[in-house]
Design a protein around this ligand. Structure first.
Ligand SMILES: Cc1ncc(COP(=O)(O)O)c(C=O)c1O
Ligand SMILES: N[C@@H](CCCC[NH3+])C(=O)O
Length: 466
């Protein structure tokens, strides 16, 4: 994903976040890792002459002091720039941020004020969005196993669209819709495409749990059933290929297959569907020199594929919906850890930090790799390879394997891990009864706590008894 440029933020800027002012500001010789194309660092990340790293004009040393470590730091400017980049690249499309990447009430509010819709996949995400005042009609409700209670809540709240993922939920959903209303739905189809950075995050092949197969006819059957329900309005088809995809070709292929299906639906049922949702999955840079998907490339390729294919079938061009999660929240996040121990192993030197797989399960789950740097001081030593590991009682509790860090790295140092805004806080656990880190938003020299640290008392509150 291309880095948004600094100049891209429209003036006047978004509402200023309230919160105490910090004293830190980038020094005159500040460098800007966030501006390099394909950089994993968020847009306002700077390194000062004294080795301090600032994000949103706030020093990470100051954040560690005020909020403790580990902490998730989220760059509000980066999030907003990415929303604006999406809206500019796809002006006729609906951009629906996938809340599973990272959601809290402030994030929902940022999406609302940026004119971005929300994709939610659980009653919990729906509740947080609604409690932040996010408009229900701009919410798309997903889920391969929506419970009756979740379906009822979605209907009662008036969510804009519900995405059907199995035939069983069609009758159940229709029965919940009041007699004087029609609920818009999309049918999630699988076009037999394998795409995504790891087998565990591929969602459009034949042998996985999501969606309804085009090949087997299950998708066509679901479409016919929805069309038979007077209280349901079939708005279009949906597919989500997978996640961390860095090639546009699978999206072009999916777009062609889905428009073909829409033509078949027109021919069979005499119904022209107005919407085509291509899901999310847009890859970002986790390592320097990698690019991710590339928003412009994606937009050009997909819009062309849909337009040409629709013209070929004599169909009106459907309205495109996209659901980026990682590409909006991922690069904005940085995790700040404190080094606890440095130890030589057999062939590696381990740096043990005060977080680990409970705040970042992705290396253990998907073998994910990261960029890490020292924050808060300058080292005169050259880099040497370290393996950054966590605090957990688990051998696979690795944060970053074989990463260059200054040779004199020592306990007490701060290290920053880039591109942790998506699928980190949202996938965090309390393994080993470690409380989850806080989320601190930074912008214009101010730091603001969005989600507080989970404390021992929080953990014990759920334990009801001796
Ligand atoms: C239906 C749906 N839409 C959107 C997304 C967002 O994916 P990503 O964060 O990779 O853009 C997901 C998650 O993979 C998803 O399941
Ligand atoms: N959790 C995955 C992405 C899955 C997206 C949801 N279908 C990740 O961290 O990369």
């Amino acid at each position: 994903m291309a880095s948004p440029g600094r100049g891209a933020i429209a003036s006047p800027g978004p509402r200023t976040s309230p919160g105490p002012r910090t004293t830190a500001s980038p020094g005159p010789r500040a460098t800007s890792p966030g501006e390099a194309a394909g950089s994993p660092w968020s847009a306002t990340t700077r390194v000062t002459a004294t080795g301090d790293v600032t994000i949103g004009g706030v020093s990470l040393t100051e954040i560690a002091h005020r909020f403790g470590t580990p902490s998730y730091v989220i760059d509000e400017t980066d999030v907003r720039l990415r929303c604006r980049a999406y809206r500019a690249a796809l002006p006729d499309a609906e951009i629906a941020y996938a809340a599973k990447a990272f959601l809290c009430r402030a994030m929902a509010d940022w999406m609302r004020t940026e004119g971005v819709s929300l994709d939610v996949c659980s009653g919990g995400e729906l509740a947080v969005a609604r409690s932040a005042g996010f408009p229900a009609r701009r919410i798309i409700m997903h889920g391969n196993a929506k419970t009756p209670a979740e379906l009822r809540r979605a209907v009662d709240e008036g969510v804009g669209r519900i995405v059907v993922d199995n035939v069983g939920e069609i009758n159940r959903l229709a029965a919940l819709v009041p007699i004087d209303r029609r609920q818009k739905v999309l049918v999630r189809v699988t076009p037999d495409i394998e795409a995504g950075a790891h087998p565990k995050i591929r969602t459009a092949g034949e042998d996985q749990k999501f969606g309804l197969s085009v090949l087997s006819g299950a998708a066509g059957d679901a479409v016919a059933r929805v069309l038979n329900q007077p209280r349901l309005e079939l708005a279009g088809l949906h597919c989500h290929l997978g996640s961390q995809i860095d090639d546009v070709e699978p999206y072009e292929r999916a777009a062609r297959i889905l428009v073909g299906e829409m033509a078949r639906i027109r021919d069979t049922h005499r119904v022209v569907l107005p919407e085509l949702d291509l899901g999310g999955g847009h890859g970002i840079a986790y390592l320097p020199g990698t690019e991710g998907l590339g928003l412009e490339r994606f937009a050009d390729a997909v819009v062309t594929a849909i337009t040409e294919r629709a013209a070929g079938f004599g169909l009106p061009v459907p309205r495109l919906i996209v659901e980026p999660g990682r590409a909006i929240a991922g690069t904005a996040g940085t995790t700040l850890y404190r080094v606890v121990a440095v130890k030589r192993g057999g062939s590696r030197t381990f740096v043990a930090v005060d977080g680990g797989m409970s705040d970042n399960p992705r290396p253990a789950l998907y073998g994910s790799r990261y960029t890490v740097r020292l924050a808060g001081r300058v080292s005169r030593e050259g880099p040497r390879p370290f393996t950054v590991v966590g605090h957990h009682c688990e051998t696979g509790d690795t944060i970053a394997e074989d990463v260059p860090l200054p040779a004199d790295l020592r306990p007490g140092d701060l290290v920053a891990l880039a591109a942790t805004g998506a699928y980190h806080h949202s996938m965090a656990s309390t393994y080993n009864l470690m409380g989850r880190p806080p989320v601190v938003a930074v912008r214009d020299g101010r730091a603001r706590l969005l989600v507080r640290r989970e404390m021992e008392q929080d953990l014990m509150r759920r334990d009801v008894g001796l």
